[in-house]
Design a protein around this ligand. Structure first.
Ligand SMILES: NC(=O)c1ccc[n+]([C@@H]2O[C@H](COP(=O)([O-])OP(=O)(O)OC[C@H]3O[C@@H](n4cnc5c(N)ncnc54)[C@H](O)[C@@H]3O)[C@@H](O)[C@H]2O)c1
Length: 266
């Protein structure tokens, strides 16, 4: 208990999956957590769970592609909790598709959420963190930010992009003690997979993992086949790594990559 005691954190995409687990974990360890998302009912429910467990949290409706909304989220965080110490840039989407048929609008939508969202959050977190004498920015990249995957080349571009963005900002703001690290989950059992209903047809080598005639990938079947540890990770497995990067235990860690993938990249 208390590994991030009294720190103030923002978790984007905190209504579901990895963001939900992260918000709950940081609150359990003593942080005051601002949960943001576009899924308001689910986000409010996460905050209600944190409060029921005795934690301190606030939900804000927030589309990460909107710069004005980001300014409002940071202001509300400072008004409510007095500052900002931790930003978890977690909100993300997967829009699969073979590149030869990939529409430009789809590409731009993916770039907007997965890259613009990370850029905007990081940009607006710097000043309040400087005022605190430092902070920790955690960026959700992916195993797909380290290597290519058929059907996910556009997603690869976003996750590879934020991986190196993290390193650039880490060096730019190291003197201010603002640490910036990327996290690289492998196959984690969250709703993101069920939202990618068109992944299987664009992934010829993975179609064996989708039930016959179905578009949806069976996450457990894929993980069993391809993750050396033999199963899909849980959102908590990722939240545990994020907690380390958020806490002062990682005070000498910046510009680094935390891979949590059941051995897939080994
Ligand atoms: N699940 C995996 O296997 C896996 C693997 C590698 C990386 N990731 C990354 O982890 C992060 C979290 O994914 P997850 O698996 O928990 O997915 P998820 O779909 O369960 O959660 C993502 C959350 O982001 C929110 N979101 C989407 N667009 C948004 C926007 N414009 N503004 C604000 N919120 C928005 C969604 O509403 C949702 O609550 C993502 O960045 C994802 O790319 C996931």
């Amino acid at each position: 208990m208390g590994r991030v005691q009294d720190k103030v954190a923002i978790v984007t995409g905190g209504a579901s999956g990895i963001g939900e687990s992260t918000a709950i974990t940081l609150a359990r360890e003593g942080a005051k957590v601002v949960v943001t998302d576009i899924q308001d009912k689910e986000g409010e429910a996460v905050v209600a769970r944190i409060r029921e467990a005795g934690g301190d949290a606030l939900y804000l409706s927030h589309d990460v592609v909107d710069e004005t909304a980001w300014i409002g989220v940071i202001e509300k965080t400072i008004d409510t909790y007095g500052g900002l110490d931790i930003l978890v840039n977690n909100a993300g989407i997967g829009l699969p598709g073979a590149i030869k048929d990939y529409p430009l609008e789809r590409w731009r939508e993916l770039m907007a959420v997965n890259m613009d969202g990370v850029f905007l959050g990081t940009k607006h977190a710097i000043e309040p963190m400087e005022k605190r004498g430092g902070g920790s920015i955690i960026i959700l990249s992916s195993l797909a930010g380290l290597r290519g995957s058929p059907g996910l080349a556009a997603y690869n571009a976003t996750k590879g992009g934020v991986r190196l963005f993290a390193k650039g900002v880490a060096r730019e703001h190291a003197a201010s003690q603002i640490r910036v690290n990327s996290v690289h989950p492998g196959i984690i059992d969250t709703p993101i997979w069920t939202k990618m209903d068109d992944l299987a047809p664009s992934m010829p080598d993975a179609s064996q993992f989708a039930p016959e005639g179905a578009n949806k990938i069976d996450v457990d079947a894929v993980a069993t086949a391809v993750a050396p540890l033999g199963y899909a990770g849980s959102p908590q497995d990722i939240a545990n790594g994020i907690l380390f990067l958020a806490s002062d235990e990682s005070r000498y860690v910046t510009g680094s990559e935390l891979v949590i993938d059941g051995g897939m990249s080994a």
